[in-house]
Design a protein around this ligand. Structure first.
Ligand code: PMP
Length: 406
């Protein structure tokens, strides 16, 4: 069991008052707050370590290089990945997906008539980079539909998957509806048919154990800021043999072995994909965040948040007439809803005045909103520091706002 009270005291921002009220932060799917060990890791880096890495001979350069490469090892360990060279630091999930799409575009492995398969639940970050790849290569984007409860249509998935499918790119957990895709099963099917598989774990990473090799995919991506670390850091995990077979995307320092004006040879993994000075402090903060989460236990975190989601779904249903909850009964991380006759933006604005932070709108999933004939939802998303008191605050603020707006 998580000791929530002591955990809350690790997050200084949760002491803030919003409009004179206790802050009830339920926008964790957008970004998470940062605990003291993460804040201290960043501060310590700039106070005692700061230097550029890899090519320096001096003391601080060695210290910073060790800290950065140790961070890579910590991330690998957290993901159950044996080879840290498979961890590429990026600026976030979006950057990681663009890296894969653009390396593939440059590789010549994708051609006219090849297909990229995604699902209706994808975030724009897992749609637009593939559309750009399609424009560049003549490939075609195919989309697996979802059922009324937001779960993927597996019959359609099997119909759409074929020899022409070169990439399956799937979100693990939908940021909009909290739906979990059965990624292990779908990955196995796609691998059987010869496709490369990319998993967007942006919303899985904060909430569950990620045994990455057990998924069987080729790539997995996520962002640091959603796992209680800094913004501007993210991860692309890729299978070493697949990454080795791809050309780099960005060129510059660090990613080279030798440069002449006639020809450049490229560095080995992971440096081949990390052009320029990386976000050293961000990587260190990510390692501190994973150490913090591992100390709490990912299974305990998942259980705690699942419990809150269940209570929130029930209490909103019981106390708010005309509410519609999106997604299946079993959700992870996010609870999205709409209320008959009330615009999501108005509701979000009113409950903010009561100290409750939720997100409203399309959640960067416009095609998903279009599928359900809506322009947006209200989304409450949970993190490790949320409590039943926060759920009560959500329910009563929504109840109050609805009676004001009706
Ligand atoms: N995928 C999913 C499922 C997300 O929720 C997000 C962020 N909302 C992203 C990708 C993109 O993450 P970032 O903006 O940190 O790159």
């Amino acid at each position: 069991m998580l000791d929530i009270e002591s955990l809350i005291s690790d997050f200084p921002i949760l002491d803030r008052k919003v409009n004179g009220q206790r802050l009830v932060y339920l926008d964790n799917a957008a970004t998470t707050q940062k605990p003291m060990p993460v804040l201290m890791a960043s501060r310590h880096y700039y106070e005692a370590v700061n230097s550029n890495i890899h090519r320096g001979t001096h003391f601080l350069a060695r210290l910073a290089t060790d800290a950065y490469e140790n961070a890579r090892k910590t991330v690998a360990r957290h993901l159950h990945v044996l080879d840290p060279r498979e961890i590429i630091f990026t600026s976030g999930a979006t950057d990681s997906i663009n890296l894969v799409a653009q390396s593939l575009a440059r590789s010549g492995k994708i051609g006219v008539g090849d297909e990229i398969l995604i699902s209706t639940l994808e975030h724009h970050a897992n749609i637009v980079p593939w559309q750009m790849l399609c424009e560049q290569t003549g490939a075609i984007l195919r989309v697996v539909p979802c059922a009324e409860d937001g779960t993927i249509d597996e019959v359609a998935f099997h119909q759409l998957l074929g020899k022409q499918t070169k990439v399956l790119a799937l979100v693990w957990i939908s940021n909009s509806f909290g739906v979990a895709h059965p990624i292990h099963r779908l990955t196995a099917e796609a691998k059987k048919s010869g496709a490369l598989v990319l998993i967007d774990a942006a919303q899985a990473a904060p909430h569950m154990t990620m045994d990455v090799p057990a998924i069987g995919a080729d790539f997995l991506v996520f962002s640091g800021h959603k796992v209680y670390a800094n913004t501007g850091i993210g991860v692309l995990w890729g299978r070493a043999d697949v990454l080795d077979s791809l050309p780099p995307w960005r060129g510059g320092g660090e990613m080279i072995k030798e440069v002449t004006f006639e020809k450049t040879t490229y560095n080995e993994l992971p440096f081949k994909f990390e052009a320029g000075t990386p976000n050293i402090e961000g990587a260190i903060s990510l390692a501190a965040a994973f150490d913090y989460l591992d100390e709490l236990g990912m299974d305990e975190i998942r259980q705690h948040e699942a419990n809150l989601l269940e209570i929130a779904a029930q209490s909103l249903t019981d106390s708010v007439p005309g509410i519609h909850l999106y997604g299946p009964a079993e959700r992870t991380c996010a609870l999205s809803f709409g209320i008959e006759g009330i615009h999501h933006y108005d509701l979000g604005t009113l409950i903010d005045q009561m100290g409750v932070a939720v997100r409203t709108g399309h959640h960067c999933c416009q095609p998903l909103m279009a599928r359900f004939g809506i322009t947006g939802t209200v989304r409450a998303s949970f993190g490790i520091y949320n409590t039943e008191k926060d759920v009560d605050a959500l329910t009563s603020s929504v109840h109050k706002a609805v009676s004001m707006l009706r």
